[in-house]
Design a protein around this ligand. Structure first.
Ligand code: SF4
Ligand code: SF4
Length: 355
């Protein structure tokens, strides 16, 4: 078999979720999607003047405009090459992790996703409806499955994993990753209010295109930047590359916020969702291979704690930005924090590939 097929994709992480793209959002276009040579040829037919970066590993990147602006093909919040848009644009908010298996996850930053399914994620006995609204995105994924050399990528990823595991086994011990995940799913542990900022958004010196971008109901696309260890800054972005304006500077909460019961359920569900994502496990392995490894269970739990602590911080900052005190969060406020963190987690390097 030369490639994978649609049936090879593991879709469990989509169960219970619904999607409807929000008109005028265009959040996913504040990015530089990778294009294959075939996609590039189709795009150049529509936009002959299209600038495309140099190729690497068979892919080139579509450039964005300066100052954190949008992809050069976006005009008035619409893609000017919609029919020929590249694969990452056709599948968003789906992302596939090519590791031991082809696991499809959701990019939870997308405001077109209804995140209600998180509340009961992996709860005992919770039967779930199938995913709704992803027909064309799943269709694009199936096309890729039929064409790309996915099985070779999986073999390479598995070889690399075995090699790294041999290297870290001396320190990490022979823990079964699935047992570790099952344990964490049952008792993921809470956020750690004493934790230092390990996952702040990039700081003042970072290029604007590296900042996490969120969709704000009132201001549209905003970027989040840490000005120092005590403050986050929100910047309003412009499609055309006009320099962004500073919308607010919000001090970090001195204490982590408390949660309404519904928000607490959502946070617990998000932790279980992260545990179920292969990406978290494989990015943890990669960190362990280059750092000072502890036991897998400790490293995975630390990453989970770090991520959920930052969800609470960003949720509190965004709530303050909206005029609330940010000390106690409801469900919608908590979800804003999840959306503000999720893309960055998925951008972390991992063993395997991201489609
Ligand atoms: S981020 Fe989601 S809702 Fe917004 S344009 Fe992209 S797919 Fe649609
Ligand atoms: S190619 Fe089109 S859909 Fe993709 S990021 Fe650019 S403007 Fe958006």
């Amino acid at each position: 078999m030369a490639g994978g097929s649609a049936a090879d994709f593991e879709l469990g992480l989509l169960q219970g979720f619904a999607f409807a793209c929000r008109s005028g959002c265009a959040l996913c276009c504040y990015a530089s999607p990778a294009v294959t040579p075939a996609e590039r040829a189709r795009l150049v037919q529509i936009r002959p003047e299209l600038p495309v970066g140099p190729e690497e590993d068979g892919f080139a990147l579509l450039p964005t405009r300066p100052n954190g602006g949008a992809c050069v093909l976006l005009r008035g919040d619409r893609c000017t090459a919609h029919a020929a848009r590249p694969f990452p644009c056709r599948t968003y908010p789906l992302q596939a992790h090519v590791g031991r298996r082809l696991q499809v996850t959701l990019v939870l930053a997308c405001p077109g996703l209804d995140l209600g399914a998180l509340a009961t994620w992996a709860a005992p006995g919770g039967a779930r409806a199938g995913p709704r609204g992803f027909e064309s995105e799943l269709g694009a994924l199936a096309e890729e499955g039929a064409q790309a050399p996915l099985l070779a990528w999986m073999r390479d990823a598995s070889d690399e994993e075995r090699r790294l595991l041999r290297r870290i086994a001396h320190h990490a011990g022979p823990e079964d990753p699935e047992e570790v995940r099952a344990r964490l799913r049952r008792t993921p542990g809470g956020p750690d209010p004493t934790q230092q900022l390990c996952l702040p958004p990039p700081g003042e010196d970072a290029p604007l295109e590296e900042l996490p971008v969120l969709f704000h109901g009132q201001y549209g696309r905003v970027a989040l930047r840490s000005t120092d260890v005590e403050t986050y800054e929100l910047l309003g972005l412009h499609e055309n590359g006009t320099p962004p304006e500073r919308l607010a500077e919000i001090p970090l909460p001195e204490e982590l916020p408390r949660l309404d019961p519904e928000a607490a359920e959502l946070l617990g569900g998000y932790q279980r969702y992260l545990v179920d994502r292969d990406h978290l496990l494989w990015s943890t392995y990669l960190e362990m291979s280059s750092g000072r490894p502890g036991a897998l269970s400790d490293e995975l739990a630390a990453n989970l704690t770090e991520a959920t602590t930052e969800v609470l911080r960003r949720a509190s900052v965004l709530a303050r930005f909206g005029g609330a005190d940010g000390d106690r969060l409801g469900a919608e406020e908590l979800l804003a924090g999840i959306r503000a963190v999720d893309s960055e987690l998925l951008d972390r390097p991992t063993l395997g590939r991201i489609l």
